[in-house]
Every structure is written in C-alpha cells, then in structure tokens.
Design a binder for this molecule. Structure first.
Ligand SMILES: *[C@@H]1O[C@H](CO)[C@@H](O)[C@H](O)[C@H]1NC(C)=O
Ligand SMILES: *[C@@H]1O[C@H](CO)[C@@H](O)[C@H](O)[C@H]1NC(C)=O
Ligand SMILES: *[C@@H]1O[C@H](CO)[C@@H](O)[C@H](O)[C@H]1NC(C)=O
Length: 463
C-alpha cells in the first residue's frame, strides 16, 4: 500500500476568499520595508473571479478549489475551524509518515485535534484542469507535491465505489490511446506495492484519513496544455475511491518518486516544475512543467531525506519580523528539518521558533485589540472600526541566502475583520519537522528543480 498523501488544499478556501488584494491593489502596499498597510475592506471576500486577460496558454491555470474561479460547483463552504482542523490532521499524518520512515525517533504528534477529525486530502486547496485520452477529455484534479501517483476515477465503477464528481467519469474504452498495463510490465514495478488482477496491474494509494484510491494502472495521453502533451503517461484508473476529494476527478501527483508526473516527464522537462498560488480565491495562478519565468528567482538547496523520498525538504535558517531577524539558534531549525508542501495551508514551526515569531509580531501589533484564538491559530486581532491596518512584514530565510518576503496574504488568516490571525502555528515537539505551507507561498513563482537539487522562489510570480 502506498503511503502517499495529498492535499493541497482545502482549507484555504476562506483564507483566500478573505483577500481580494489583487483586485484592490491601490489599498495595499508597503508603508516601509518593515510594514504592510492594507485597506480593511480589501480583506473581505470577493465572489467574482478576476482572471488575467493575458493568461499564458502554455501554463495550466491554478485556482482555489472553493473560490469563484473554480470549475467545481461550490459546495457548502466549510467552516474555518473545520478547515484548520483538517490542516492539522494533514500535518499529523505527514509527520507520522516521516517518523515511521525514520524509525520513530520523531514520535510526537502535536495533536490538539482528535485523530479522527478529518483528512489530509480535505485540505487540498488548489486544483488544475488537465486532459486525458484521445479524444481528450478534461478533468479538474487536485494537485499535490506530497504524493506521487496521478489518478482519476474511471469507468467501469460499480455503484457506490466512486464518489460523485463534477465531470463524467473517464471511460478508457472510448480513448484510442489508452493501454492496459500487465503485471509483468516494468511500468507496473514503478509502483510501491503493485497488485495483480487477471494479469492486469493494480495500484492502491491511501492518504492520511480514510481517503483512498484503487484501480487499474494504465497509460494514456496526458494533455496539460496545447503544447504540453505527454503520450503514454502512467496513471491510475480508479474504480474504488473514497474520501475528501470534493467534486474533483482525481489527483495530480507532483512528488519525487519514479511514478510522479515530474519524474515521468523529466526526459522532456528536465525534472523541473513550478507554480504560483494566487493570493485570493478570486484570482488565478499557474502550474507548469519546466521552470516558468526565471526572472528574479532565488534558489536554495533542495534536501533529501532518504527515508521519505517523495517529499521536498529545504533549509529554513532564520525568520525576520518587521525587517529584524529573530534570535533563534539555527540548530532549532536544523534539528527539526523543514518540508515544503503545497497541501498544508498554515506553516508549522518548531515551538521555540514560533514563540519568538509570535512575540515579535505581537509587539508590533499592540495598537490592535486581540481577538479569540481560532483552532490552531492563537494570535488574532480585531480590526473592527479601522479603514486600514498596518502589519509587520515577515520574511523566511533559507540556506544559500534566499529570502522569502511573505506576501501580505500569507501573514494573516482572516475569516472576518473581527478575527484576523497570524497564519503560523507551532509544532508540539521540537523534533517535529517544520512545514512551509501554501499560505506563505502565495504569489511566489515556486520552482522545484529536482535535477539540480534546488528550490527557487520568485516574487510576483502570478502576474
Ligand atoms: C528503531 O529504533 C530503535 C531504537 O531507537 C532500534 O532499537 C530499532 O532497531 C530501530 N529499528 C529499525 C528497523 O531500524
Ligand atoms: C484492458 O483490459 C480490459 C479487461 O480485460 C479489456 O476489456 C480492455 O479492452 C483492455 N483495453 C485495452 C486497450 O486493451
Ligand atoms: C468571525 O469569525 C469567527 C470565526 O469564524 C466567528 O466566531 C465570529 O463570530 C465571526 N464574527 C463576525 C462578526 O462575523
């Protein structure tokens, strides 16, 4: 059973909805190097999608799963507390995977959340649309850097074995380019623990909660954009799927193992992909194989944890608040390690690093009244009655001299103006690895260059 996980996202819905900064650029700026000034009204959600006119046809469009730009019909908006609890469930699951892999030396699970409170998939916030087969059929899928296999729900699927999705199920018998994969095929051996049924290779992937997908492993043409067409792409044709996938048709796996999209396409794209996550759910970003725009990218070394070969690690070395570096020993970060994840929403820090961040942030926010904590977020402010607010900048510094100046949309999680919370959380144990979540990645061109073992960040990536 493959222990993968996925997620990207579900939690950010309101988070992103809460920001309409791209639509209101004039009320959003840096007062100085050390503070952002933001119009409070721009914190309120927008229900209208504003897609850039000149969106690049050679890139997949990334949208928030629950926002007005999503092709998926809106379901009931999940409550913020539920979204944040799901985010914690994903983190618990990720940390458990890695602690199992590294033999239990990191045993603690920072859990204030009941273990059965939900899934790691449910936090999958971002989706893209891709085409399978010939003629091509388009499907909206979750994309996830924390798992490897790509799968979509397929026919035939017995009653109740597939969840209900937006688009009709993919029918391989209607595609002239679909191939079955036999159990003896080398392609089948790319799976962690392949199964065999009547001579045909089967995959199985289980995510953090009860979410899972099983089915036949097959190959077909994958059309990402008109110019990015991958023949004979290996993917799962799910016939038993359940979990928190919403109405998405499946999942695009962007991990590092041989079966992932990045690995399969590396002869063509050199083992590089990049994305930009939009700052709001009413705007769009992109996902592209290859590096995307390379202007002003700063790179930091990509670290590998040999027991956890799917995951992308990097070296967080310091944090700045309001332009001043916090007094945190670098060993606090290096002892724990740091994972870059597209599917965790809120970044997680070693407890002492978080305490230093919270203290420095709060000392620069004393003009605002505090508001109650929200799930895992314990540092919240009430902006009622203000036209604009001024918030200290936050920067994450990585090995190699790379600095990520967190966008304003990644500093506060704002369900409403009376409760705007610092969008970071502590781990329960100093040995748990930290996570750079998707909130803090927003508006950066994030480049995963596996071939050269480096990760890049470029500001203003979505423009
Ligand atoms: C796991 O770690 C424990 C002690 O920490 C050790 O006794 C055990 O042999 C290790 N197991 C494996 C499979 O490495
Ligand atoms: C794949 O296998 C199924 C079941 O044996 C069969 O019905 C189908 O025609 C095969 N598809 C192809 C393209 O060979
Ligand atoms: C703001 O959001 C919080 C958490 O979702 C909620 O408890 C509170 O009632 C909301 N306040 C208003 C004024 O909507």
């Amino acid at each position: 059973m493959a222990l993968l996980h996925s997620s990207l996202c579900s939690c950010c819905a309101l988070f992103l909805l809460a920001f309409t900064l791209l639509q209101a650029p004039r009320v959003y700026g840096r007062e100085t190097e050390s503070r952002y000034v933001v119009g409070v009204r721009s914190l309120l959600p927008s229900s209208v999608c504003s897609s850039p006119r000149d969106s690049n046809p050679s890139m997949m469009k990334v949208v928030h799963r629950h926002g007005p730009c999503s092709p998926l019909t809106p379901g009931r908006k999940p409550a913020n507390i539920k979204l944040l609890n799901q985010d914690q469930a994903r983190v618990n699951w990720l940390q458990r995977q890695i602690s199992i892999a590294s033999n239990g030396t990191r045993a603690s699970l920072a859990t204030t959340i009941p273990a059965n409170s939900g899934g790691s998939i449910g936090t999958g916030n971002y989706v893209v649309s891709v085409g399978f087969g010939t003629p091509k059929k388009d499907f909206t899928v979750i994309f996830d850097t924390g798992s490897d296999i790509t799968w979509i729900q397929c026919q035939p699927c017995s009653d109740g074995n597939c969840y209900s999705q937006q688009q009709p199920l993919f029918d391989p018998s209607q595609s002239s380019t679909y191939s079955n994969i036999s159990c003896s095929s080398p392609s089948c051996m790319k799976l962690d623990s392949p199964d065999c049924s009547a001579g045909r290779c089967r995959y199985e992937v289980e995510y953090g909660d009860n979410s899972q997908s099983m089915g036949f492993f097959g190959s077909d043409t994958l059309t990402l954009t008109p110019s990015d067409v991958l023949p004979n792409f290996l993917f799962g044709c799910g016939d038993q799927n359940e979990g928190l996938f919403g109405r998405a048709a499946g999942l695009l796996g962007l991990g590092r193992r041989p079966v992932s999209l990045v690995s399969q396409s590396s002869p063509k794209y050199g083992g590089v992909f990049s994305y930009c996550l939009p700052s709001t759910s009413s705007s769009t970003g992109y996902l592209t194989l290859g590096s995307g725009p390379l202007s002003n990218i700063q790179f930091t070394p990509m670290q590998t944890v040999s027991d956890s070969p799917s995951f992308y690690f990097l070296d967080l070395v310091a944090i700045q608040v309001g332009g001043k570096q916090l007094q945190i020993s670098p060993t606090v970060f290096s002892n724990a390690g740091t994972l870059l994840d597209s599917g965790t929403v809120i970044s997680r820090l070693p407890p002492s690093a978080y305490a230093a961040l919270r203290l420095a942030f709060h000392q620069q926010m004393t003009r605002y009244k505090m508001a109650p904590a929200l799930s895992i977020l314990d540092t919240c402010y009430d902006f009622t009655g203000y036209d604009t607010v001024s918030v200290p900048t936050v920067a994450l510094m990585f090995g190699g001299g790379t600095t990520l100046n967190v966008d304003f949309s990644g500093i506060l999680y704002v369900p409403n103006v009376s409760q705007a919370c610092l969008a970071f959380a502590p781990n329960g144990d100093a040995k748990d690895f930290g996570i750079i979540g998707n909130a803090q990645q927003k508006r950066f061109n994030v480049v995963y260059d596996i071939a050269n073992r480096r990760i890049g960040f470029g500001a203003n990536g979505c423009n």
